[in-house]
Design a protein around this ligand. Structure first.
Ligand code: LMR
Length: 396
């Protein structure tokens, strides 16, 4: 039977990591997948995570199943980070959160909930967006439509195109927004643009779905939540898929969350019962380790303060690499203006490199970049930046 199965294309991001692993060239550089590297080129376990893990292992008494929605203390942490301490949504119990296997798991739960429980079958995603969005929502049976987002000439948000395309969204349609550090462009709406979008969403009756995977990598925990929180002020219903892979450096623990906000606590509970049925039929209940670690860090003043320091270290190192990257390209006589890279937020930079240039960087310089030209700036270090800039200067 299996001989009829045809090969699937390699994943544009994780497939690149596989090819990178098998590349024998010692000087290879992987700026494909969004993984933070420190100055030594390592992806370390955060110090606060190490401490919490040691404590957790010592104190743990059981490996019993979690409930379908996961660790409850973790859900509280998720909501506080999303909406802020003492947020009305939390006090009014309008939000329910389920722990999920990564942000991707949360997006898939969202897709299933929309497809099975809501009247719409349409989700709007930005063009461009994270390479996996379309696949996740298509797998749930949703019709995926795109709204304009990126102005390739200005290297900025094309807000007019975004508004023009979203004018076609019908009441009840789902609109996916990146909470901060838009992947792949690194360009977010300004606070004034977020205000406008949030009001428009409420007026038009869209259902906003936030993909929030980089909180703290842009400007800070609260600053990066501006868009989500202003939407929460104006919209009674929201869905959020969030992830701690990046900001806690816990990539392989798959610590994500699906959060549903309804107009009141009763409606939230009823809707959440359907979310639990969806989860039960996919993976039953989530793994415990990562969520327990994060709950422990958030509940301990000292560990939490340590986490904020380490998060700032990561954010500032990326920012430093952005500035250095722009300077080093200019110092190689590259005449194209790359200063936009220093203005972008988060891990990624949409470099404007063409598919051909990306292929040459790979073939001739062992530099791995996603085909769209997206560079993971979080993978640039003082040790690899010269080789990277030499390669880019040579191909453009
Ligand atoms: C990325 O965009 O590189 C990350 O979100 C990792 C992934 O799963 O694609």
């Amino acid at each position: 039977m299996f001989e009829k199965v045809t090969a699937a294309p390699a994943d544009p991001i994780l497939g690149l990591t596989d090819t990178f692993r098998n590349d024998p060239r010692a000087h290879k550089i992987n700026l494909g997948v969004g993984i933070y590297k420190d100055e030594a080129g390592q992806t370390p376990v955060l110090r606060c995570v190490k401490k919490a893990e040691a404590r957790l292992v010592a104190e743990q008494t059981t490996k019993n199943y979690l409930s379908i929605e996961g660790v409850h203390a973790y859900a509280d942490v998720v909501q506080k980070l999303l909406f802020g301490d003492n947020a009305a949504i939390i006090n009014e119990q309008r939000a329910r959160t389920a722990q999920s296997p990564g942000g991707t798991g949360a997006l898939r739960i969202a897709g299933e909930f929309i497809a099975r429980q809501l009247d719409t079958n349409t989700i709007w995603i930005s063009n461009p967006t994270w390479a996996n969005h379309r696949a996740v929502f298509t797998a749930s049976g949703l019709e995926v439509k795109e709204y304009g987002y990126y102005d390739a000439d200005a290297k900025d948000l094309d807000f007019d195109a975004m508004l023009a395309d979203l004018a076609q969204a019908k009441a009840g349609d789902v609109v996916l927004l990146h909470g901060c550090c838009h992947n792949p462009t690194g360009i977010d709406p300004t606070p004034a643009q977020w205000d406008q979008l949030a009001k428009l969403s409420a007026e038009k009756g869209w259902l906003p779905l936030f993909d929030f995977a980089y909180q703290g990598f842009g400007k800070g925990i609260d600053e990066d939540a501006y868009g989500l929180r202003v939407f929460a002020e104006h919209n009674k219903e929201l869905l959020i898929a969030s992830s701690f892979s990046k900001n806690f450096g816990m990539y392989n623990e798959r610590v994500g969350a699906f959060t549903l906000v309804a107009k009141d606590a009763d409606t939230a509970n009823t809707s959440f019962s359907q979310v639990k049925s969806i989860i039960r039929a996919i993976y039953s209940n989530p793994p415990a380790h990562g969520a327990n670690v994060i709950a422990m860090i958030a509940e301990d003043k000292e560990l939490y303060a340590d986490w904020l320091v380490e998060l700032a270290e990561m954010r500032e190192r990326i920012q430093e690499m952005r500035t250095l990257f722009v300077e080093k390209l200019a110092s190689r006589g590259v005449s194209r203006d790359f200063s936009f890279i220093a203005r972008q937020n988060g891990m990624f930079s949409f470099s404007g490199l063409t598919k051909e240039q990306v292929a040459r960087l790979n073939d001739e310089f062992a530099i791995y970049i996603v085909g769209s030209g997206r560079i993971s700036v979080a993978g640039i270090t003082k040790n690899n930046i010269d080789a990277l800039c030499d390669g880019i200067a040579a191909v453009i």
